[in-house]
Design a protein around this ligand. Structure first.
Ligand code: MN
Length: 143
């Protein structure tokens, strides 16, 4: 197993590129994880300008670090403007989404457990409640 994943401008040599839930605005790179015998995964998500990650919730947590670009993050009922080196914690069962809404691609590093539950879409009621907050309605992308 490679110990140095060299960055080649748009990908890591020895990293894996995964399709992201049919969303063409997001590229998912898996750098380290189960194949290294780890019980956590280190991934990088590139969100193209105007795009967003899934609006979802799940029991597993995310530890996120912004690497590049700018955007907004929804975590629960809060919206944060994010820029490089900001950290974001997504606690269990908390609705979340990362949105590249600042005219730039947004690149984030995200650590999760290898063994984790499947993401769930928000219920209509949850969505309605979020959308009733103008600041949230302004940034979230509902697909
Ligand atoms: Mn998630």
């Amino acid at each position: 197993m490679r110990k140095h994943l060299e960055f080649k401008g748009d990908r890591w040599e020895g990293g894996e590129i995964h399709e992201y839930k049919g969303n063409r605005d997001v590229i998912k790179h898996v750098l380290f994880g189960e194949r290294n015998g780890l019980d956590f995964e280190v991934r990088v998500f590139e969100v193209k300008v105007g795009g967003a990650t899934s609006l979802e919730r799940h029991e597993h947590q995310h530890a996120v670090l912004v690497l590049e670009g700018e955007g907004s993050a929804l975590v629960g009922n809060e919206v944060y403007d994010v820029r490089p080196f900001d950290g974001i914690w997504v606690p269990p069962n908390t609705p979340h989404q990362f949105v590249a809404n600042k005219g730039k691609d947004l690149k984030i590093l995200c650590v999760v457990n290898v063994r984790r539950d499947r993401p769930k879409k928000l219920s209509d009621d949850e969505l309605k409640s979020l959308l009733s907050n103008p600041r949230i309605a302004n940034i979230i992308r509902v697909s």
